[in-house]
Ligand binder design. Structure first.
Ligand SMILES: Nc1ncnc2c1ncn2[C@@H]1O[C@H](COP(=O)(O)OP(=O)(O)OP(=O)(O)O)[C@@H](O)[C@H]1O
Length: 320
């Protein structure tokens, strides 16, 4: 006969369960009058995963984000944030959000805006940590300045600090770099990578595809309110290639090239298909061996189709 479960078992069982995804949504649908903005969208963002939401103007990206955050009511579909319904304040308190369009009270200073938003989130974040958030977005020396005098890019930096200040487990960024200069964009890229390293999940809506390609683990592509493609970069972009311009390639060198991956050869250009995540030593070892075999190496270029090229071809197929 089995006795009562020992104390703590339920907690241990829960602790053993895999963490629920940061975002789970299924069958999201939204119409504005006669226009269908979102038409059956489902996807997930895992814990600590950086996912890019891509698609042309009007594809439904911001509408999806607003439904995820319970700012717009879906006509159909379900959303769970961090394992809880999007309407649950406990889930919302652990989500940071940078809206596409926003304006802070112009009479408040940057530090006051941050304090206000941290208080609204209910998190207890000490002042030193709030100051650190302003430092992270390059506004440390503007903390005491009124927001009314901020440039667009500075307001966007402040918006990012607000999204990050209350120690979120999920951050949703709607066009976070649209007003930023190249240095600001690089800063945001580093920020996203450091969030990922800390296990914070990120959903990023951006038209800057190069940026998405650099930081995202996975992308979801929307068009006309539907998901038209989704996957890791390796799944969407296929294998990495290595293009080499060589001369004096003998049979042994050709065999060495073929051992690295499927080989194509045209004139003095050799293209080797590498695995999606090649060993970092693959390329230097190959080049050293080729040189050892008497090959003269003129150029070595990594290559694969870019996310931008892939996105354009997916959208062209959709619109054909
Ligand atoms: N409040 C609204 N009232 C009426 N139509 C709306 C509203 N919000 C969005 N739409 C419509 O829904 C569709 C999707 O808009 P949404 O802003 O979600 O697209 P998006 O992919 O974020 O576009 P962009 O890249 O231009 O920001 C568009 O046709 C838009 O006109």
């Amino acid at each position: 006969m089995s006795g009562p479960a020992p104390a703590g078992t339920a907690g241990e069982l829960l602790a053993d369960l895999p963490a629920s995804p940061a975002v789970w949504c299924s069958g999201l649908r939204k119409r504005y009058r006669r226009r269908t903005a979102v038409d059956g969208v489902s996807f997930t963002v895992g814990r600590g995963e950086v996912v890019g939401l891509l698609g042309p103007n009007g594809a439904g990206k911001t509408s999806v984000i607003k439904m995820l955050l319970d700012l717009v009511r879906p006509d159909a579909g379900e959303v769970l944030l961090l394992g809880r319904p999007a309407t649950d304040p406990q889930a919302r308190a652990r989500v940071g959000y940078l809206p596409e369009l926003f304006r802070y009270q112009p009479w408040l200073t940057a530090a006051e805006v941050l304090r206000l938003h941290v208080r609204l989130s209910g998190a207890a974040v000490p002042e030193a940590e709030r100051r650190e958030s302003l430092g992270l977005v390059g506004l440390a020396d503007r903390a005491g300045d009124r927001v009314g005098g901020f440039s667009k890019g500075m307001q966007q930096r402040l918006g990012l600090a607000v999204a990050l200040a209350a120690r979120p487990e999920l951050v949703v960024l709607d066009e976070p770099t649209s007003a930023l200069d190249p240095v600001g964009r690089a800063d945001v890229r580093d920020l996203l990578l450091s969030l990922r390293a800390r296990g914070v999940a990120v959903l990023l809506n951006s038209h800057l595809i190069g940026e998405v390609e650099r930081v995202c683990d996975r992308v979801v592509i929307l068009d006309k309110g539907r998901v038209v493609a989704a996957g890791t970069l390796a799944e969407l972009l296929g294998q990495r290639e290595l293009r080499l311009r060589l001369d004096n390639v003998g049979p042994q060198a050709e065999a060495r090239l073929a051992a690295a991956g499927q080989l194509d050869h045209s004139g003095d250009t050799f293209t080797v298909a590498l695995p999606a995540d090649p060993d970092p030593a693959t390329v230097p070892d190959l080049v050293a061996d080729l040189v050892g075999l008497g090959v003269r190496v003129h150029a070595v270029e990594p290559g694969r189709v870019s996310l931008e090229e892939r996105l354009l071809s997916i959208l062209r197929e959709e619109h054909a």
